[in-house]
Design a protein around this ligand. Structure first.
Ligand code: ZN
Length: 277
């Protein structure tokens, strides 16, 4: 255990009790054991800290004392709070999918061998078991962030904070950014007999104050996930120019709804085309 943890009591930590753990969403209660990130001063339940591999804000330092009420009030203005997060599908799901594919392939070849060489059924069953384990291991390894880093793949998870936006391993402060744009383009595929509409990977365009522009593809096309990102960007639109563009009719409708219900600076672009998906 290389971090500082603290047990909360109601007499001196009432300013901490009731805060929300950023990972579980649970309220922090009396007698809970908590850990504070040195950089952002966020309060985590100990389990959450361990779950994050004892890291936050790209570092592993924790506060050795519970922040006092006064310092919390002073730092409130610059407190960096997580607004929303867009993530790649879960590690477990990916492991299960890879397991299914690998075990299917291996058992197919096991079946072939059984047929050609007259092996016993036991060998077939045994290979299925082995391949399932193998598949699961491969799945876990490939779903691991450091594996992706090793392979040069970045998943581009997006996290919106009050002070900055985090994309993959990079972080950009809002004060350097002039405008942010969310964009989804659609295309028609005629490879099959039936014309089908597909979505390209949605992306973010970040326009910096120094006139440079950064394009970042998102980790997912999932509408339920990107909708959460749009709602998060709505919160950003109170202090930054936010722009939406979508060639998907449902998503465009969502965008217009968000704009209608917001007092922020949101622009919804007129799509060149509209395709269902
Ligand atoms: Zn932190």
């Amino acid at each position: 255990m290389s971090y500082h943890s603290h047990i909360l009591n109601s007499s001196s930590h009432s300013h901490i009790i009731g805060r929300t753990d950023p990972i579980t969403g649970d309220s922090v209660k009396e007698n809970d054991r908590v850990v504070f990130c040195t950089v952002c001063k966020s309060c985590f339940l100990e389990d959450s800290w361990v779950y994050m591999n004892e890291r936050h804000c790209e570092q592993n330092q924790t506060l050795d004392t519970i922040p006092a009420l006064a310092s919390r009030l002073v730092s409130k203005k610059i407190k960096d709070e997580l607004i929303t997060e867009l993530k790649h599908g879960g590690v477990v799901l990916q492991a299960v999918l890879v397991t299914l594919v690998v075990s299917f392939l291996v058992s197919l070849s096991a079946l072939q061998q059984t047929v050609y060489q007259g092996d016993t059924e036991a060998i077939g069953a045994f290979s299925i078991l082995i391949s399932a384990c193998l598949g699961f291991i491969v799945g876990v390894i490939t779903a691991n962030d450091s594996f992706d880093e090793l392979m040069g793949l970045t998943k581009n998870n997006v996290r919106l904070f009050t002070n900055r936006i985090e994309i993959g391993k990079e972080s950009f402060v809002w004060s350097d950014i002039e405008q942010i744009k969310y964009q989804r383009e659609m295309y028609v595929s005629e490879s099959t007999k039936v014309k089908q509409n597909f979505s390209h990977i949605p992306f973010l365009l970040i326009y910096f104050n120094n006139d440079s522009v950064l394009k970042k593809n998102l980790a997912t096309k999932s509408h339920s996930k990107t909708e959460k990102l749009l709602m998060g960007l709505e919160k950003i639109s109170y202090f930054k120019n936010v722009s939406f563009y979508s060639e998907n009719p449902q998503e465009l409708k969502v965008m217009h709804n968000i704009k209608r219900n917001s007092k922020g600076k949101i622009e919804v672009g007129k799509p060149k085309k509209l395709l269902n998906y």
